[in-house]
Design a protein around this ligand. Structure first.
Ligand code: DAH
Length: 336
């Protein structure tokens, strides 16, 4: 009996040694430890039928054999696992320096985003920081604090999208980035030099209007700011952003939040001819606006201006239809 146990164990260990997969090991496990006809189990079961003086030695040896075979199987499992991972290093090796089979096209920034980033950089050099806000805006920041009285016709002029949701009653999709003048001044102490680029919304759609478009707002508040400062800042920025030869002209106009209000024209070469193009609005910040954010207009004053980004980019690159910015036609987008 003892010899039988010894042979059984040696057989098992030999099979384990040459097993080359988890599958094979599982079969060996079944052969020796299977519930129904496991060879080691059979021996243990047979012990009670043996001569009493034999039982002790058989039991002991059978248990040692059982442990050895179990340990052998566990060790071989581990080895097989190791071999599998070791071979991954060769079977799944990737040469990252190999040229791609398909040429991967690199994405680029959209011309509008690109221009806004350029604005941040150029105005940044002039000491302006970037302020960001919300596209869903309340009446106070979009209109009231900017000196639009409740019945002001400009509220209609701006073709406002009013939000028709009970919870957001009184909110609008902001019609202008001028709301950021208010938001920034509420939160910070003067002096200020900020730009606020972002999306704005108006009910309007044709070759030069889109219901969603982008504006950039600029605000400078300090002591003794004048229109000369406005002209210098704006001209310096536009010469870097659009054309080094650009010139500017101001015409009197009206916006509730500035006094005087100005329309800004830029002199640019269009198809070889010098032309004055309207590019945005500007002015000296109205004292009511400063009062609305608790700033003393006797101590502080400043200028503001706002421009349409699409219009700027159209002028810069000679784009004729504003809708091309939103059609995502790669033939158009790749030109920038
Ligand atoms: N917010 C105005 C608009 O969308 C543009 C504008 C005009 C902005 C004059 C200004 C400004 O800051 O001073 O029509």
């Amino acid at each position: 009996m003892l010899e039988k146990i010894e042979n059984l164990k040696n057989d098992a260990l030999a099979k384990i040694k040459i097993a080359s997969s988890e599958e094979e090991l599982k079969n060996i496990e079944l052969e020796y430890f299977g519930r129904k006809a496991g060879k080691i189990g059979e021996i243990l079961k047979a012990i009670p039928t043996l001569e009493p003086k034999e039982r002790g030695a058989v039991g002991k040896n059978a248990n040692i054999a059982k442990k050895d075979v179990e340990a052998g199987i566990a060790a071989r499992y581990f080895e097989i696992e190791e071999e599998k991972y070791a071979s991954l290093a060769t079977s799944e090796k990737i040469d990252v320096t190999e040229p791609a089979i398909n040429k991967i096209e690199k994405g680029k920034r959209h011309p509008l985003s690109k221009f806004m980033l350029e604005c941040e950089e150029v105005f940044g050099k002039l000491g302006f920081e970037v302020a960001e806000g919300y596209e869903i805006e309340d009446d106070f920041h979009n209109f009231e604090a900017l000196n639009f009285t409740p019945d002001h016709p400009a509220r209609e002029m701006q073709d406002t999208f009013f939000i028709e949701n009970e919870e957001l009653k009184g909110y609008v999709l902001r019609t202008q980035t001028s709301d950021m003048q208010i938001r920034f001044m509420e939160e910070n102490k003067p002096p200020y030099r900020i730009i606020a680029p972002g999306k704005v919304y108006r009910k309007d759609s044709d070759a030069t209007h889109s219901p969603m478009f982008h504006q950039i707002e600029c605000l400078m508040i300090d002591k003794n700011v004048s229109l000369a400062n406005l002209r210098f800042i704006l001209l310096s920025a536009l010469r870097e952003l659009i054309d080094p030869n650009v010139d500017l002209r101001f015409r009197l106009s009206y916006f509730p939040f500035v006094e005087p209000g100005l329309e800004v024209d830029a002199l640019l070469k269009v198809d070889g001819k010098e032309t004055w193009l309207e590019i945005g609005g500007a002015g000296m910040v109205h004292e009511n606006v400063l009062k609305n954010v608790n700033i003393d207009p006797k101590k502080w004053n400043g200028f503001a201006f706002g421009f349409g980004i699409e219009r700027m980019v159209m002028i810069k690159y000679g784009v004729k239809d504003l809708r091309s910015f939103f059609e995502n036609d790669l033939r158009f987008l790749k030109q920038f």
